[in-house]
Ligand binder design. Structure first.
Ligand SMILES: *Cc1c(COP(=O)(O)O)cnc(C)c1O
Length: 377
């Protein structure tokens, strides 16, 4: 059996190697490294795939969030509501721009932002909501959009973990994650569902004016070269990464199907077991399983991780510490105990390997040993 990894990027590369190698060499031979034709082509192909008017490529997912908040003109002191149970990037850019992060709890079974908690957190200073489509499925966008409309708020979707997922509206229509709010942000970090071979990111929006502004901010605040209308940043997706992403985008739906098949296998293996809670699939969203995350009900997570390591099975903790208990984000407004669901999840979650290259023997090896451990603990 191949060495088990959380993500097998080499196995995935080997299947598209000829195509990728040629595309990378073509960029090198063209020397169009920055803003070359590959970037333009990737942009329009992603616009078509997502059915969104504007895709603005940038350097990474964290920049994407920052650029959107700058383009929306958010001002120091403006409150931005986001989920406490998330990767730090979301809160980081809010803090960097001197906005005020307002944290709220998540649902315990699907890990997405709690809509009632968002509603409670809205004040006259609230300007935006940043739902995070965590681990591969969408937050409750329909309800969040209604709330945003009622209170005149922007919605910035953090789609770094859920690109390609469909959101299902109650009227039966579907829309891709990241294309529903005011703007959506994603990351092409190598281990993400659509990952490049370095850093990359993108912003999506259907708003023409906002799209223009985002593009300008991402490019030193200039609309015409050397004429700077705004203070911007330098955030670009390079042509080599765009060439790789064009190839991988064609496989994205198959990659998602492969991840879902892994999740199905895990779900079946752990079904009904009292000591593990499997991730719930939302009725309003597809799940593209960026992560497969169990919540342990009793067994010690660290011991389980150590036991699995002796069987060459990696497991990771996403995320071990809620934002309000992180040293850099301590705030008088919050104390331990304020976010019971997030704190419980941070103490009990464990993510198993999930990627596009897993075979049945590997999955059996993993589930057999997880079940063995929990049977004895
Ligand atoms: C990965 C990730 C980001 C940041 O993306 P980078 O490209 O690493 O900057 C932001 N939010 C979430 C939820 C992520 O998973």
């Amino acid at each position: 059996m191949k060495k088990i990894q959380m993500v097998d990027l080499i196995g995935q590369y080997e299947k598209i190697q000829q195509e990728v190698d040629k595309a990378v060499l073509d960029v090198i031979r063209s020397a169009a490294f920055i803003n070359g034709p590959e970037v333009k082509a990737f942009q329009s192909e992603l616009e078509a795939y997502l059915n969104v008017k504007h895709v603005i490529p940038c350097a990474n997912g964290t920049d994407a969030l920052q650029i959107v908040m700058m383009a929306l003109g958010l001002q120091p002191g403006d409150e931005v509501i986001t989920a406490n149970f998330t990767y730090v990037a979301t809160a980081e850019v809010i803090a960097l721009l001197q906005l005020k992060p307002v944290l709220v709890d998540v649902y315990k079974d699907d890990f997405t932002i709690d809509v009632a908690a968002v509603e409670k957190a809205i004040t006259p200073r609230t300007k935006a909501i940043v739902p995070v489509h965590l681990f591969g499925q969408c937050a409750k966008m329909e309800e969040l959009m209604q709330l945003a409309q009622k209170h005149n708020l922007y919605v910035i979707e953090d789609t770094a973990q859920a690109i390609g997922a469909d959101y299902h509206f109650s009227d039966g229509t579907k829309q891709k994650a990241g294309t529903i709010g005011t703007a959506g942000c994603t990351s092409f970090f190598p281990s993400k569902n659509l990952g490049c071979y370095g850093d990359g990111g993108a912003i999506f929006t259907n708003d023409d004016e906002l799209g223009k502004k985002i593009r300008m901010i991402a490019n030193h605040g200039q609309s015409v070269q050397y004429y700077h209308d705004e203070i911007g940043v330098n955030s670009r997706l390079d042509s080599i990464q765009a060439a790789i992403l064009r190839i991988k985008l064609r496989h994205l739906d198959n990659y998602a199907a492969a991840r879902r098949a892994v999740a199905d296998y895990y779900d079946r293996a752990f079904a009904g077991h009292p000591k593990v809670i499997t991730p719930k699939r939302a009725t309003w969203s597809d799940h593209v399983f960026h992560q497969y995350t169990l919540v342990l009900n009793g067994p010690d997570r660290q011991q389980m991780r150590e036991f699995l390591a002796t069987k060459d099975i990696p497991a990771m903790i996403y995320y071990p510490v809620p934002l309000h208990l992180q040293k850099a984000y301590r705030d008088d407004r919050y104390k331990a105990g304020d976010f019971p669901v997030t704190e419980w999840l941070c103490a009990n979650v464990i993510s198993l390997p999930i990627h596009t290259e897993m075979d049945e023997a590997t999955l059996k090896h993993i589930t057999d040993h997880v079940l063995e451990f929990i049977a004895n603990h």
